[in-house]
Write a protein that binds this ligand. Structure first.
Ligand code: RIB
Length: 293
């Protein structure tokens, strides 16, 4: 069994602010850092740090070479990371005093993926291999169809939510991992307690993971419902907490662990990530997660 993550790679320009800048306001930031991130890359980092063999497919721009050395550092296979001309994906992230973030995203090379590139990557994977996706790259609908055809098990984090998801055949998704905002948008349901069941009604063979911030998370499939609380920590930077959860969740599923154990491990891993600065660098390895109280 192999894991392929077809996903974004973003350079995150992170500014520490007193409060999120408002329209018309000029605000001085108290500090600035540059981190490697992107929902795709963060999830690959989490999968690799959780101990899985992961292949990342995606595109970097002229400013993205640092991703290749990070792949070597984290043990991510970079055979399917392509360098393109022009600007890579990047973000401007504000982190306020409570550790909350606000992200402005520029897709760059994440959004120029071609069908030829997808057709080159997918034949290296087959039945029973996992495919992890988010919504920061183009051609998601094409990738889902082609991977499903090959018998891959597809996990989707539909983030950020936008109209590109409308063309995706969601019945081909085996695991949905979404937060409360995405859950409400995807189902039209404002009562969050009803979101997993509503999604399950539409996609009865799927496993649904809904993360609920301070309220923890809930997993639901046709056989079981499992709830998990959070491990409270002092929040320094919430960036990549969801990606950490996703990576550790898929790693647990791939290992065949029971859902209770998977959610508990994912909650610990994301608590550690929240207590540290940055996206990919904040994600803990398995040893750190196991040692967490
Ligand atoms: O989920 C966090 C990530 O979202 C950041 O690393 C940023 O790049 C954005 O894509």
């Amino acid at each position: 069994m192999k894991v392929l993550n077809f996903g974004s790679l973003n350079v995150d320009y992170v500014y520490n602010v007193d409060h999120m800048v408002r329209g018309g306001e000029t605000l001085a930031s108290g500090g600035m850092n540059i981190f490697l991130g992107g929902k795709g890359f963060n999830q690959s980092a989490a999968l690799a740090k959780a101990g899985l063999e992961v292949y990342h497919a995606g595109q970097i721009g002229e400013d993205g070479l640092a991703f290749l050395s990070a792949c070597r550092e984290y043990g991510i296979h970079d055979d399917f990371i392509r360098k393109t001309e022009g600007k890579g994906g990047h973000t401007i992230i504000q982190i306020d005093k409570t550790g909350q973030n606000c992200i402005l995203l520029y897709g760059g090379s994440n959004r120029t993926i071609t069908k030829e590139f997808v057709d080159e990557v997918l034949p290296h994977f087959g039945k029973g291999d996992f495919l992890v996706l988010q919504n920061e790259i183009n051609l998601l609908d094409y990738i889902i169809d082609a991977a499903y055809e090959r018998g891959m098990i597809i996990a989707l984090n539909p983030s950020p939510m936008d109209e590109n998801l409308d063309s995706c055949d969601m019945s081909k998704i085996r695991y949905f991992l979404l937060n409360e905002i995405e859950g409400a948008q995807l189902t039209g349901e404002q009562d969050l307690s009803k979101v997993p069941a509503k999604l399950l009604e539409k996609y009865p063979d799927a496993g649904i993971v809904l993360t609920l911030g301070q309220e923890g998370s809930v997993y639901m499939d046709k056989e079981q419902t499992v709830r998990q609380g959070i491990y409270p920590v002092k929040a320094v930077d919430t960036t990549a907490a969801g990606d950490t959860f996703t990576g550790y969740f898929i790693a647990g599923i791939a290992a065949g662990d029971p859902i209770e154990k998977i959610l508990d491990t994912a909650a610990k891993a994301s608590a550690i990530a929240v207590s540290r600065e940055g996206a990919a660098p904040s994600i803990p390895c398995k040893k750190e997660v196991d040692a967490f109280r």
